[in-house]
Design a protein around this ligand. Structure first.
Ligand code: COI
Length: 355
């Protein structure tokens, strides 16, 4: 579906690379740059999503008694579109995001768009905002799908109406400078085990990290690393990324146990590292194991793959190597980004072309 013709002046030109938004692409960080269009699709409780449309990006009207505002019935996703050197637009594994949203929707009693609806809506949103996809090598278009209970209600229960909405923003790097993590040993991100909601991208999983994150930043750290809530002995994830530690030729990462987010970058990095001949162990990773590691890095859609320079646990600080030819995270990042941006041939069919 094309963007509404009444907005013709804002409509991005067709043809990749022909027309760019008038912004300084070198200034991009990870903050909202409003684009031209967003995608909206609604459905009533008990129905299926059927027909959505592109509308100008802007504020939405919502009842003060909407389920998302009162009871947190909402999910989000994050994925990126890249512009290749030869002018193609590529998504990275968008069906994985669609499936993760479906799993979250089942957990939160919401209808969800089908895989095809999700991926088509993402494609439409990117095409309508094509002029905001950064030039090759200067960033990406971050795409933020939301699924939320938007119907008016008062008593506790699934919302009478749902909205699937996608907006996007050009972005650069998520983290600025080197990463110095503080291990949080009093507050937890999610309850441990399979019964909780730590493994879905519920909107309610994110504000609970603010207190620890704000405190850590006030004390000069870049981010916080959370431990499991059952024992406080094992690492789980940081505020917005999965964690990996490296010892010799083996890479350790917390397993998907219902508590941590099953990251799509995490999953891709495990496969890339295995292909490179490294052994990847998914399981419980203790604080001691992390403190004794040779290298540590984090992964996420926003974060990509970033080396961790130091971790501080109570009074102990450990520094890791972040530069040099032997640094594994740099090799993994180069391969991942090469695939995402079309510089490396995609033999795994992970990228999806938008045209
Ligand atoms: C992402 O990496 O896409 C995320 O959802 C992290 C977000 C909290 C910025």
């Amino acid at each position: 579906m094309s963007p509404p013709s009444t907005l013709g002046n804002d409509k991005p030109e067709s043809g990749a690379g022909e027309n760019y938004a008038d912004i300084n692409w070198d200034d991009l960080g990870f903050s909202l740059v409003p684009t031209d269009y967003m995608y909206v699709m609604k459905c009533a409780k008990g129905d299926k999503f059927s027909q959505g449309s592109l509308v100008p990006f802007g504020n939405i009207q919502i009842s003060p008694s909407a389920g998302i505002l009162n009871y947190g019935q909402g999910l989000f996703e994050g994925l990126k579109a890249y512009r290749t050197e030869d002018g193609r637009l590529l998504l990275f594994r968008p069906a994985e995001n669609a499936q993760r949203m479906k799993r979250g929707a089942d957990r939160l009693c919401m209808p969800s768009p089908s895989n095809d609806q999700f991926v088509n809506a993402v494609k439409q949103t990117v095409l309508a905002n094509k002029r905001w996809v950064p030039p090759p090598g200067r960033g990406s278009l971050y795409i933020r799908p939301l699924l939320m209970g938007t119907g008016a209600m008062l008593g506790l229960g699934p919302s009478p109406e749902y909205t699937f909405l996608i907006y996007c923003s050009p972005v650069g790097s998520y983290h600025k400078g080197v990463l110095n993590f503080k291990v949080e040993d009093k507050l937890y991100r999610a309850i441990s085990g399979n019964g909780g909601t730590g493994s879905i991208k519920s909107v309610t999983n994110y504000a609970p990290v603010y207190a620890a994150m704000t405190d850590a930043k006030a004390n000069g750290f870049s981010d916080v690393l959370f431990l499991d809530s059952a024992t406080g002995k094992y690492i789980e994830e940081a505020t917005a990324c999965n964690l990996f530690v490296v010892k010799g030729n083996t890479i350790f990462t917390p397993e998907i146990d219902g508590t941590i987010l099953p990251g799509i970058t995490r999953k891709s990095i495990i496969e890339i590292a295995t292909d490179m001949g490294y052994q990847v162990m998914e399981g419980a990773v203790s604080v001691e194991q992390m403190l004794g590691a040779d290298e540590m890095f984090c992964t996420g859609t926003a974060v990509v793959v970033n080396p961790v320079a130091s971790v501080t646990y109570k009074e102990t600080r450990v520094d890791y190597k972040t530069a040099g030819p032997e640094i594994l995270s740099a090799k993994l990042r180069t391969t991942l980004v090469g695939l995402q941006t079309g510089c490396i041939e995609d033999k795994k069919s992970w990228t999806v072309r938008i045209d």
